[in-house]
Structures are given as structure tokens and as C-alpha cells.
Write a protein that binds this ligand. Structure first.
Ligand code: ADP
Ligand code: ASP
Ligand code: MG
Length: 408
């Protein structure tokens, strides 16, 4: 008898019919002799709608109240799923984050999991229940409901799988697995049968939102092997696990895109001032995540620094930096550029193969696509491109690495 954790995302529970479909799948897994824990997201669109309502009431809603509100989305779906399973004649019990023993720490709306005490869930499993846990939520030490960041049900599922020592952790979504690029953007993208934690992490953090990046980090840390699959069919999905030597045989595993990027540049900085420290401290105090950073000193001794960030942070970043601008001299200037996107290629094979960047930038240049800031890690190369060109950029780079044809 195996213990299986199955996570169903928003589109998998997006309607009453879909909820019945999930109920059937859970019952089938249970009837096959397994102990089953489901982790469920809010119905698709619900979290966005709740956030929208909060912003109608308040320009800057208190994050404690925002968490209280957002957590209701998942509570709707666990209750409906519990009813659907009961209606089919099987025992089901729903659990909020608190009831599932998910304890968090850190800021509201992006809390972290501190520990999980799954005793109530395992007792219910022992009593023959199918357990249905609300994703995305947990409880802080002061008793407040906290959420785990957008896409956080992935994290709930992986953390619960680790806590109950699941034999299998399956992440059900609306595509067959992790593809070489978002299949909605590159039509001939291929499903990857297997992927290393590091590749999945780099893809997730560079825009492949099929998995929440933090959940992959957690899976790597605790060695939770998981499979990304489609909730509407029985096709094998993508297994994400520790790297194996054969994985390096492919140079590039996938291409990621991220839209809604902006660049902010401070120029004419009169040196000497520790400008990078000042800029990054000001942004960190304003709780803004900076992505790429480029600094250089011009011939006339003036320095210049550019940073990229999510478009939604640009206004707050501008406000924070206006305050420190006088420290950079009277001529210092702050400029912004919106309408950017990021394109990344990812693969562990990059470590042992040269020429990856050359292939990528040649393909973009041949397509007449302008590139901007560049950042790299050991297994990723990222560049900014104009937002209007991002889909074409993804396609030409996908083609340049023959990702539509390469066999495992
Ligand atoms: P869920 O609601 O199940 O959590 P998400 O919308 O968060 O689902 O993630 C699934 C979506 O991720 C897919 O519909 C797909 O458009 C997108 N996606 C982005 N990059 C990739 C990729 N490399 N492989 C598969 N899907 C991807
Ligand atoms: N409902 C939450 C969100 O939309 C969490 C999740 O779906 O994973 O971000
Ligand atoms: Mg998701």
C-alpha cells in the first residue's frame, strides 16, 4: 500500500465538472489500495479575483487581511472536492493549512514553511479517509493565516509529501508535464521525460511557471522526487529528481520566458560613492526584488548602474531611488524603461559544452531581435529582449538548439 500525494492546480479544479473529475481520480487511486492525500488550489481565476476585490477596497491592503481573504479560495475547493468524493460513496475529509499542521514563519503573502505536523492527516488516512488539504496556506506562530506566495500550492504539496514520507508526489496541471518551452508559446515544444532539480529550479525562476520556484528548492533540499502530469489524461509526465550523469549529454534542456520586465538606470553618478550598496540597500528596504544588475564606469569618471525588475515593482523602486539620488551628485539621473521581457536557456550540459551563448545570440541577431542586459549562472543564460519580440525570440532560440527534435 503506497502513500500518494496528488496536487491539483487551479485549472484542474476550475469548474464543478473538473472537481468531479479530480474526485474520480482520487477515488480510483484510493480504490487501487493506496493512501491518498490531495493538495488543492483555488479554482482558476479565484485568487486573482480576490486580490482584485482587495484592491477595490484599498490601494494598499494590509497583508494580514489579504492572506485572510486569499486563503478562502482554497477553502472553497477543498470543501467542494470533499463533497464530490462523499457523493461518490467514499470517505473524504478536508483540512485547512492549520488543520493539516502547516506552520509558517516570515512575511504575510510570502510566508515560508517552518514545520509540518501531519498527525491529523495521518490519523484520518489510518481511518480510511481520502484527505484533502488546502494548498497555499499555513498558520503563523501568532495564529494568523499566511499564504506561501503565488503558485504556493506546489510548495504545500511537496512539503506535505516530505512530512508524510509519501512514496509518490504527483503535481497535476493542465499540460502533460514540463516542456522544452511553454507549449502555449512554442507549438512544437516537447515534453521532457526527466529533469534535474537544478534545471527545474532555473526554469521556474526564469519564468516557467509550471512549478513554483520555491517548491522546487524545497524538493531538492529534502530529496522529494515529483512528477508533473496532466489531470485530464493518464499520459506519463515529467519526473524531477537529482541530476544523473546522463543528463549532461543534452546541452540545453529548455527555454524560459518572463514578461513584464522593466529596466531602471542611474547614470552620471559622481564617484567615489559606494553606489551599488546605496542603491541595493534602498531597494531592499523597500522590499523590492532586483534581478539583473550591470554597473560600469564611463571614461569621464561618472558611473552608471542598470537593474531589471518586475514591472509591478517599478513605481516603488523609482520612489525609493529618488530619495537616495542626491547622494550621487547634482548630475545624477534616473531613467526607466518598461516593455521588456527576459529569455533564458537552461541545461546542466552547459557546464561541459562551450558555444551555448554564441548559438543563442546568433539566433536572436539573425532574427533581428535586439538583446539588452545579460546574466548567467552555471546552467543558465538570460538576456532581456523587447516584450513585443519575446515569443519570436523563444521560437528561434528553441529552433537553434533543435529542442523540437532532440531525443533523450
Ligand atoms: P496550475 O494551475 O496547475 O498550478 P499553472 O498555470 O501554474 O498550473 O502551470 C501550468 C502552465 O504553465 C501551463 O498551462 C503552461 O502554459 C505554463 N508553462 C510555462 N512554461 C512551461 C513549461 N516549460 N512546460 C510546461 N508548462 C509551462
Ligand atoms: N491559488 C494560489 C495562486 O493562484 C496558489 C496556487 O494556485 O498554487 O497563486
Ligand atoms: Mg501553478
Amino acid at each position: 500500500m503506497a502513500l500518494i500525494v496528488q496536487k491539483y492546480g487551479g485549472s484542474s479544479v476550475g469548474s464543478i465538472d473538473r472537481i468531479r473529475n479530480v474526485a474520480r481520480r482520487l477515488v480510483e487511486t484510493h480504490r487501487a489500495g493506496n493512501r491518498v492525500v490531495a493538495v488543492v488550489s483555488a479554482m482558476s481565476g479565484v485568487t486573482d479575483r480576490l486580490i482584485g476585490m482587495a484592491h477595490e477596497v484599498s490601494e494598499n491592503p494590509p497583508t494580514r487581511e489579504l492572506d485572510m481573504l486569499m486563503a478562502t479560495g482554497e477553502q472553497q475547493s477543498i470543501a467542494l472536492l470533499g463533497m464530490a468524493i462523499t457523493e461518490m460513496g467514499f470517505k473524504a475529509r478536508s483540512f485547512t493549512g492549520r488543520q493539516a499542521g502547516i506552520f509558517t514563519y516570515g512575511s504575510h503573502t510570502r510566508a515560508r514553511i517552518h514545520r509540518i505536523d501531519p498527525a491529523a492527516v495521518t490519523t484520518a488516512l489510518d481511518e480510511g479517509y481520502i484527505c484533502i488539504c488546502a494548498g497555499f496556506q499555513g498558520i503563523a506562530a501568532d495564529g494568523a493565516i499566511c499564504t506561501l506566495g503565488r503558485g504556493g500550492s506546489d510548495l504545500s504539496a511537496i512539503a506535505l509529501a516530505a512530512a508524510v514520507k509519501a512514496d509518490l508526489c504527483q503535481i497535476y496541471t493542465d499540460v502533460d508535464g514540463v516542456y522544452t518551452c511553454d507549449p502555449r508559446v512554442v507549438k512544437d515544444a516537447r515534453k521532457l521525460p526527466v529533469l534535474s532539480y537544478d534545471e527545474m529550479l532555473e526554469m521556474a525562476s526564469s519564468g516557467s511557471k509550471v512549478m513554483q520556484a520555491r517548491s522546487v528548492e524545497f524538493a531538492k533540499k529534502f530529496g522529494v522526487v515529483f512528477e508533473v502530469r496532466n489531470s485530464m489524461n493518464n499520459n506519463p509526465g515529467t519526473i524531477v529528481q537529482e541530476e544523473t550523469p546522463s543528463m549532461e549529454s543534452l546541452v540545453i534542456r529548455g527555454v524560459s520566458i518572463e514578461r513584464n520586465q522593466a529596466r531602471l538606470t542611474i547614470s552620471n553618478i559622481s564617484e567615489p560613492v559606494p553606489y551599488t550598496a546605496i542603491i541595493l540597500s534602498a531597494l531592499s528596504d523597500a522590499e523590492i526584488n532586483v534581478d539583473m544588475i550591470v554597473a560600469n564606469t564611463a571614461h569621464d569618471g561618472h558611473a552608471r548602474q542598470s537593474l531589471t525588475m518586475n514591472m509591478s515593482d517599478l513605481g516603488a523602486a523609482q520612489a525609493a531611488l529618488q530619495k537616495v539620488l542626491p547622494q550621487f551628485g547634482a548630475e545624477a539621473k534616473l531613467e526607466t524603461e518598461a516593455g521588456l521581457a527576459k529569455l533564458s536557456v537552461v541545461g546542466v550540459g552547459m557546464r561541459s559544452n562551450s558555444g551555448v551563448a554564441a548559438t543563442m545570440f546568433r539566433a536572436l541577431a539573425d532574427a533581428g531581435i535586439e538583446t539588452g542586459m545579460i546574466a548567467t549562472s552555471e546552467i543558465r543564460i538570460t538576456t532581456t529582449v523587447p516584450a513585443a519580440d519575446i515569443e519570436q525570440a523563444a521560437r528561434v532560440v528553441h529552433d537553434a538548439f533543435h529542442l523540437n527534435t532532440v531525443q533523450e
